[in-house]
Design a protein around this ligand. Structure first.
Ligand SMILES: NC(=O)C1=CN([C@@H]2O[C@H](COP(=O)(O)OP(=O)(O)OC[C@H]3O[C@@H](n4cnc5c(N)ncnc54)[C@H](OP(=O)(O)O)[C@@H]3O)[C@@H](O)[C@H]2O)C=CC1
Ligand SMILES: O=C(O)C1=N[C@H](C(=O)O)C[C@H](O)C1
Length: 238
């Protein structure tokens, strides 16, 4: 499979290592200095694009992939205000798009555990709940995309929480997400339910970027040749 890597930083390089080891060809490595490769003629040499740049650039990069008719796997976080527009354009233009706030198999299983625990806690109002995420100091967005996914899943089921806030809060309808930045943390997410009697905490700790990168390659292999809007749930059949 021919892959265009849009974003050749920490994630782009980790994805390249895994993709090449699996026999794929990297036809473009695009960073800020090689923006001309985002032109239609260049991008269309790829079977799939994998986009890991950042909050400010993901939206326009996705549109460039659509213009080149190249299905795109997007891992950039912090740009979700544009997600509804991307989804409608994807359907209108018959393109292929797969977004995940976290591509690791472990976190996608953790998402399912989070939903089940939230379901069990839905009517247990003696439990207060809060979340914490820890990442490296180069991370540009807070809270993490994964933490936002976890919070949205939780609030869907635990109706006493109506909005998340990225700080400590004493308002019962708010869900606190605390963000910590320390090196080298690749990504840790915890959800803690606390009552006067006991605490229950679930935690996922990434030991490296390998899980995110291998998940992105698996997603790209799966997306090749497809049109529509997909998630890791589709890829992993969860
Ligand atoms: N969904 C998931 O599983 C994961 C998501 N992420 C997310 O992925 C994103 C990237 O993370 P990471 O690799 O750590 O970040 P880095 O800062 O290490 O890399 C970002 C790369 O994007 C390049 N870039 C910036 N602007 C553009 C642009 N307009 N066009 C093309 N390339 C551009 C940068 O180029 P230059 O070097 O020239 O500045 C750099 O190579 C973040 O949003 C992060 O949150 C991270 C890990 C897992
Ligand atoms: O920026 C990162 O590094 C990560 N970003 C993703 C997020 O915002 O959730 C996924 C992972 O936690 C690493």
């Amino acid at each position: 499979m021919k892959i265009a890597l849009i974003g050749y930083g920490k994630m782009g390089k980790a994805i390249e290592t895994i993709a090449v080891a699996k026999g794929h060809e990297i036809v473009h490595r695009i960073d800020l200095s090689s923006q001309h490769l985002l032109e239609k003629e260049e991008l269309s040499k790829a079977d799939v694009a994998i986009e890991f740049t950042g909050p400010e650039t993901a939206y326009s990069n996705i549109l460039k992939c659509f213009a080149a008719n190249v299905p795109v796997v997007c891992g950039s976080t912090g740009w979700l205000e544009h997600l509804p527009a991307v989804k409608s354009l994807c359907l209108e233009q018959h393109q292929g798009f797969l977004y995940a706030s976290n591509f690791s198999v472990g976190v996608n299983i953790f998402f399912e555990i989070n939903k089940r625990l939230a379901e069990l806690m839905a009517n247990q109002s003696q439990y207060e709940v809060k979340m914490e995420e820890i990442h490296h100091t180069q991370k540009r967005d807070a809270p993490s995309g994964t933490a936002i996914t976890l919070a949205e899943q939780l609030m869907e089921l635990v109706r006493r929480k109506q909005e998340w806030v990225n700080e400590e809060t004493s308002r019962p309808e708010q869900l606190s997400i605390i963000s910590k930045r320390e090196d080298p943390a690749p990504g840790t997410h915890s959800i803690t339910y606390t009552s006067a009697i006991d605490d229950i905490t679930i935690t996922h700790t990434a030991h490296s970027r390998e899980g995110f990168a291998s998940g992105a390659v698996i997603a790209a292999e799966w997306l090749k040749g497809k049109t529509g809007i997909f998630s890791m749930k589709d890829v992993l059949s969860l």
